[in-house]
Design a binder for this molecule. Sequence first.
Ligand SMILES: Nc1nc2c(ncn2[C@@H]2O[C@H](COP(=O)(O)OP(=O)(O)OP(=O)(O)O)[C@@H](O)[C@H]2O)c(=O)[nH]1
Length: 351
Amino acid sequence: MNVRPPSDPLITNPTLAVLGFKRQLIYHLHFWAFVAIAPLILIQWQEEHRLLSVLLILFCLNALLVIACLRFRDTYFLQGRLFPLLAMVAAAYSTSINGHTGLYWAYPAATALFFLLPLGEAIVSNLVFLTVMAVVSYHTFPESEFWRIAVSLGLTCVFAMVFAWLVGKLQQELTRLATTDPLTGCLNRSQLADILNSQIQMRERYERVSSLVLLDLDHFKTLNDRWGHQTGDRVLKELAVRLRKRLRDTDQLFRIGGEEFMLVLPETRERDADTLAQQLLTSISSQPFLDDIKVTASASVAEVSQGETWSVWLNRADQALYQAKSQGRNQVVDARRPSQGGSGTPTSTPG
Ligand SMILES: Nc1nc2c(ncn2[C@@H]2O[C@H](COP(=O)(O)OP(=O)(O)OP(=O)(O)O)[C@@H](O)[C@H]2O)c(=O)[nH]1
């Protein structure tokens, strides 16, 4: 898991907000576990439980390393795998030699697993842990107590699992809500910079070329005025469906303004993006929306160029779209390259 911390306290990217939450959780679990466990090293050492003391020393060292890596290197040391392993082994061993005083630690250990490991891994680890604890308890405590321990520890695991599962689902749902446009289901602007930047990196590192298409409905204000805002909304919804039908799984569709959409097309040269844009404009103009509303759109195409930033790339596409509008609409204009002077290249107008 990448746990790069958000440097800006006013985060606008939902993915970064979730990473920030996970980072805090990992940080606090390790910090407070360290505070609670460190004194026990001395106590167990004085009681001549050397092996347990060594396990606790390893646990505390791991906690310190995780905290230091998060703080100074923005990485998650060994992906948090050592905490659950050491906590489970130490709790089981401590129960076998200390009885109840060791058993108490099994409860926080079982709970912590669900917040540190991916859910599937946490469930498997906890099943192993429960089995080990059941065997140890069976040999350490009277039978009546063994059942109480098995059921109460099992119930603790179920509660923690349900809670962690729901928090995970809530995170996913909130991220989805924050990254998509509720009307059309397209991506909104929140991840625009990240996604364009990732295409730029593909260009810089692997010479893989992506293009973007901006598409804007023509005279949408007139449509709204004539048919009403709700009908306008339904047209936008239908437009998103038509666009999505024509795209590949790897393409991404954004709604970046009222009636303006952006398509990010990985591994696509300007020529092919232009062909696609032409086909999209034809599919919009040739078939009326909601059965009898005729609509046209204008589009621009821009292939990413060496060394440009996402905002320059988008700005080139914007200029070309402006040109398509000013030249009469219902047409595609290819953006001029940074090295080229003059204006963009108009391509054919759909029939
Ligand atoms: N129905 C609906 N209308 C919207 C929404 N968002 C923005 N609009 C409207 O879209 C219209 C955009 O108008 P303009 O920017 O003038 O663009 P246009 O009329 O399409 O003109 P050109 O782009 O120059 O062809 C405005 O009337 C906005 O109110 C929306 O979510 N639903």
